[in-house]
Design a protein around this ligand. Structure first.
Ligand SMILES: [Zn+2]
Length: 291
């Protein structure tokens, strides 16, 4: 029960009106911290890596650590490859044992996005029990958040979204709705809740089939998160906050103990900090006790 793809835990989440956290990690300590937090909270979990750390550490190494930790965990855990723009690398990670693959061809034109997404869907499904995520529209960096949020053309068009899902066969879907990667520059970022609701209505109105993903979780106000879950968001990606937590916790520890040379203690400090952040997210997403 512990090794799962993203779609199956998201289906339950969407039906139960809560969301699963997808937490970004770059090393073993973070992977352990995220998993321990989810076990403490009895929550379903998605561990995610970007392409860069996946290549740096090696996808087989990451999968081996994931499988070792997940197989003995009493909760369902998915390993997700985030924002991969390269079809071949999506295939390689499917082969290696990732259980959710995001092909991000959202910067390509619509037809090319469909072509690449479909290719990854077909491959991943032929390899095993792997779900595939794709994106339509622009999930910007925070530098462009307002511009993108106000640009109708940069956001996912609900009718086109339905066609996109139909033609690609993706298992879970990330529509651009104005959320952004990084740290929001305002306390009230512009997010198009209604658009997510409309897409959810079209795709899942008669029963959840294609659960929806919200990117850019870091810094979203709690009431936004609740509303996005209400509108159908069943997975929230959290990356920037965990990177900051890792670096801040390391820096704080070392600055306070500059004469100490005991790396294990730095790891413990980082782990504690990340466990705390992930635990808070799980509570906010409502997935506590759902595993
Ligand atoms: Zn993202």
């Amino acid at each position: 029960m512990s090794i799962v793809n993203a779609r199956e835990i998201m289906l339950e989440a969407a039906q139960g009106k809560y969301a699963v956290g997808a937490f970004n990690i770059t090393n073993l300590i973070q992977m352990e911290a995220v998993i321990e937090a989810a076990i403490e909270k009895k929550a379903p979990l998605i561990v995610q890596t970007s392409v860069k750390p996946s290549k740096f550490l090696g996808r087989q190494v990451l999968v081996a650590i994931y499988r070792t930790l997940a197989e003995s965990a009493p909760i369902p855990i998915c390993l997700h490859l985030d924002h991969c723009t390269d079809v071949d690398y999506c295939k390689q990670c499917s082969d290696a044992g990732y259980t959710n693959i995001m092909i991000d061809a959202s910067k390509q034109n619509y037809e090319e996005n469909i072509r690449q997404s479909k290719q990854v869907v077909e491959y991943a499904h032929s390899v095993g029990d792997i779900s595939v995520e794709a994106e339509l529209g622009t999930v910007s960096g925070v530098e462009d958040q307002i511009k993108v949020a106000e640009d109708e053309a940069a956001l996912a068009n609900p009718v086109q979204a339905a066609e996109f899902v139909e033609r690609t066969g993706v298992d879970i879907f990330a529509p651009a709705i104005g959320t952004a990667h990084g740290v929001y520059k305002t306390k009230n970022p512009k997010v198009d809740f209604e658009r997510l609701g409309k897409i959810n209505q079209i795709l899942n109105g008669s029963g959840v089939k294609t659960p929806l993903v919200v990117h850019g979780g870091t810094g979203l106000p709690e009431d936004y998160i609740k509303r996005l879950i209400e509108m159908g968001g069943a997975k929230f990606n959290v990356s920037t906050e965990l990177k900051h937590t890792l670096i801040d916790a390391t820096y704080d520890y070392i600055s306070g103990k500059r004469e100490e040379y005991d790396p294990g203690k730095i790891d413990i400090a980082v782990k504690d900090a990340i466990r705390g952040v992930v635990g808070r997210w799980i509570d906010t997403l409502g997935s506590t006790g759902k595993a």
